[in-house]
Structure formats: structure tokens, C-alpha cells
Design a protein around this ligand. Structure first.
Ligand code: NAD
Length: 381
């Protein structure tokens, strides 16, 4: 089948869903590959590199959408792209089926099969296709780099001829995929790193990365805030109070706070309050990875960097993966290539959309003219 990748239309989006390397692998599955001219430019992949990898470069988006059997892209299609969807086509893309319900219905009516990349189940077998995790990993890394870029001191402590420099103290709130990446980056830069999560099972992971897990002064044991699939459940009011009390205690001593706390399908929990920001030292930095879902910090402004009156920088960018477009495109294109491997079991260039397969079923939001979202819970862990 013909797999085509258009240039992303969302303003400022630098990623691309197919790289020359992923195209080589897709061709080994029996598919042919097409790319819109210039689609890889912002991620560092020139048209020539695609041609060398056997990819056909197509001049216009319209021509690409018209000829591709499978369209692989990054962002949910815009109105013009939606209009180009066809009944015999498969679209593989981030799609946000809840926020973009109308578009999902439109695709179903047209008969397009849509595979939403954020719906890939978080089960072991699907890790290689898990684009949310590969992008969150980048976001966690980049959050620390961005913090460092806005922080006036070293991360690591030093004893120099010009004086002794204390290490920076970094607090990471939420130790999921992005949080663990942030912890790894922070410890490797030499900062004293503290991390907190409502799921006690991550304490061991945090400690094995050289960071200190923050335990609460809570009468009972640390609440088990785990739900299924490595996600958190909502905290009790008492637990939340104990958490905020601990953060209040830490606010004056931490230099950098990276917040990543997320509970699926909910607004981000507010964990870093105004009084905590006010208690921080001037020059401190907060990077709020949950900005898109309302922010973990009360003062975060989505897609902006602000500096408070007391000199605390708060970063609410939502495009960290796009800011590392070469890396992000490489990982995302690999996620798609693995998905295509599962969709092409015979490696004969024929897509077999097996709705009995947990992973394919979980991620498919429209098929056979029906909306197939939400999926049933996965059968295997
Ligand atoms: P994840 O589900 O793997 O991790 C979230 C963690 O937060 C979990 O470990 C969970 O237990 C923890 N958590 C939930 N409630 C908490 C609370 N009250 N206190 C402390 N911890 C709590 O999610 P992820 O994939 O790591 O993504 C993290 C965030 O980063 C998400 O909001 C995601 O949308 C965002 N993200 C941002 C960008 C960007 O460019 N800004 C890019 C990718 C992801």
C-alpha cells in the first residue's frame, strides 16, 4: 500500500511522521512511501534524504492525500485535511477523540479508518508503538534543559578557585514517563534531585536513578494512588493536604520545580499554589509540563514564559517534543513503523486491520463507518 506523510499544518509544528530510516523499514513490509516536499525540513530531513531512501517526493498536500492509502501524520487533521479524507483510507495520527469528537464522527461518516496514536494501550507489548510515552520522555528531558537555560547557576556543586558553588536542588512532581526522564536528566547534570508521586511503587525507580523520593508526613502509609495501566487515581482531600504541606515546606529550598502530574481524562491537579511560588527564591524556575491540561501550578500560562514579581520564572510551553524535532520525529516515526508492522502481519504490503488485536482495537477510533471509541478495556497486561 502507499503510505504518505504530509507536511504538518499546525503552526510551529516541526515534527514529521516519516523519516528516511522509517521509510526504509516500511518498504521492507512491502509498502511504498511518499512524502510531501519539505515535510521533513524542520526536523532536519531533506527531500534528497527521502529520495535516497526510496521515497517519492510529492509536490502538494492535495496530491498526497489523494493518492495515499495510509496517511501518517503527527497532529490531528485541520479542516482542509479532514475534507480530503477518503472512505478507503487509513489515517494514523494523534487525534484527541474526546476534544475532537466532531472530527472523529466526520471521519467515521466518511468511512475512513482512524488510528489515534494517543490511544495505543499502555501494555508491555505495545511499548514500541507508545507515542505518548516517547514524546513524554522527550518533554521530561527538555523540561530540565529549558529550566537550566533559564537558571542562573550550575546544576552540579563545584569547588573552584573562585569559590564554592552549591548544587541546585530540583523537585520533580509526578514520576511517570516525563517525570522519570526529568529525574534522569537532572541527576546526570549533578543536581540534588527530589521526586514525589502518589504511586508509592515508583519510589524504588526514583531512588535507583540517584534521586530522593519525598515521603509525606501522613498518619497512614503513603496512600496507594495507583489506578490501572501505570496511571494515578484521584487523591483523598486529607492526602492532598499532606502533599501540599510537604510542598510548602520544600518551596523555599528548591531552585527548580518540574511538574508532570497527570490523571487521565481530567484537568491537571493544582499542586504548586501561589503561596508556594511566592515562597521560592528569586531566580528559581518552574517548568509546568501539565500546562496544556490547565497546569499543576496556579500561575502557569499555557505556551508562555512568565517571570513573577519575586523573580520566579514559570514556563508553560506545550511543544517540547517539537522543540527537539529531529529526536521526536525519529521516535514517533519508529512508533508508527512498529504499528504498521502489526498492521501488515504477512509483510506483503497489505494492511490487515485486525480488530481482534488488543493494541489495534484499542487505538482504532473509527472503522467500517462506525465510531469505535472508547475501546473495551485491554485483555492482557
Ligand atoms: P504519566 O501518566 O506517565 O505520569 C504522570 C504522573 O503523575 C504519574 O506517575 C502519576 O502517578 C502522577 N500523579 C498524578 N497525580 C499526582 C499528584 N497529585 N501528585 C503527584 N503525582 C501525581 O504521564 P506522562 O506521559 O509522564 O506525562 C506527564 C505530563 O506531561 C502530561 O500532563 C502530559 O500531557 C505532559 N506532556 C507535556 C508535553 C509538553 O510539551 N509540555 C509533552 C508531552 C507530555
Amino acid at each position: 500500500m502507499k503510505i504518505g506523510t504530509p507536511k504538518e499544518t499546525f503552526e510551529g509544528e516541526n515534527r514529521v511522521a516519516m523519516t528516511p530510516e522509517s521509510a526504509l523499514q516500511l518498504q521492507k513490509l512491502g509498502h511504498s512511501c511518499m512524502i510531501e516536499a519539505g515535510a521533513g525540513e524542520a526536523a532536519g530531513f531533506s527531500n534528497d534524504k527521502y529520495v535516497e531512501a526510496g521515497v517519492e517526493v510529492i509536490d502538494t498536500a492535495a496530491e498526497l492525500w489523494e493518492t495515499a492509502d495510509v496517511v501518517a501524520k503527527v497532529r490531528v487533521p485541520n479542516t482542509e485535511e479532514m475534507a480530503m479524507l477518503r472512505s478507503d483510507q487509513t489515517l494514523i495520527s494523534f487525534f484527541s477523540p474526546v476534544a475532537d469528537e466532531a472530527k472523529m464522527k466526520e471521519a467515521a461518516e466518511k468511512g475512513t479508518t482512524v488510528v489515534a496514536m494517543e490511544m495505543i494501550p499502555r501494555i508491555s507489548r505495545a511499548q514500541k508503538m507508545d507515542a505518548l510515552s516517547s514524546m513524554a520522555n522527550i518533554a521530561g528531558y527538555r523540561a530540565v534543559i529549558e529550566a537550566g537555560n533559564n537558571f542562573g547557576r550550575f546544576f552540579t556543586g563545584q569547588i573552584t578557585a573562585a569559590g564554592k558553588v552549591p548544587p541546585a536542588k530540583v523537585l520533580v512532581v509526578g514520576a511517570g514517563v516525563a517525570g522519570l526522564a526529568a529525574i534522569g536528566t537532572s541527576t546526570s547534570l549533578g543536581a540534588i534531585t527530589l521526586a514525589f508521586d502518589v504511586r508509592p511503587e515508583v519510589a524504588e525507580q526514583v531512588e535507583s536513578m540517584g534521586a530522593e523520593f519525598v515521603y509525606l508526613d501522613f498518619e497512614e502509609e503513603q496512600q496507594d494512588g495507583s489506578a490501572s495501566g501505570g496511571y494515578a487515581s484521584v487523591s483523598s482531600p486529607e492526602f492532598r493536604e499532606a502533599q501540599l504541606a510537604k510542598f510548602r515546606e520544600l518551596a523555599p529550598e528548591v531552585d527548580i520545580v518540574i511538574t508532570t502530574a497527570l490523571i487521565p481524562n481530567r484537568e491537571a491537579p493544582e499542586l504548586w499554589t501561589e503561596d508556594m511560588v511566592a515562597a521560592m527564591k528569586p531566580g528559581s524556575v518552574i517548568v509546568d509540563l501539565a500546562a496544556e491540561k490547565g497546569g499543576n501550578c496556579k500561575l502557569t500560562k499555557m505556551d508562555e514564559k512568565i517571570v513573577t514579581e519575586n523573580g520566579v520564572t514559570i514556563i508553560g510551553y506545550t511543544d517540547f517534543p517539537s522543540r527537539m524535532a529531529t529526536q521526536a520525529s525519529t521516535l514517533y516515526a519508529t512508533n508508527i513503523r512498529h504499528l504498521m508492522t502489526d498492521l501488515t502481519p504477512e509483510k506483503d504490503g497489505v494492511v490487515n486491520h485486525n480488530m481482534e488485536d488488543d493494541v489495534i482495537r484499542g487505538a482504532t477510533i473509527t472503522h467500517d463507518k462506525e465510531v469505535t471509541f472508547p475501546p473495551p478495556p485491554p485483555k492482557v497486561a
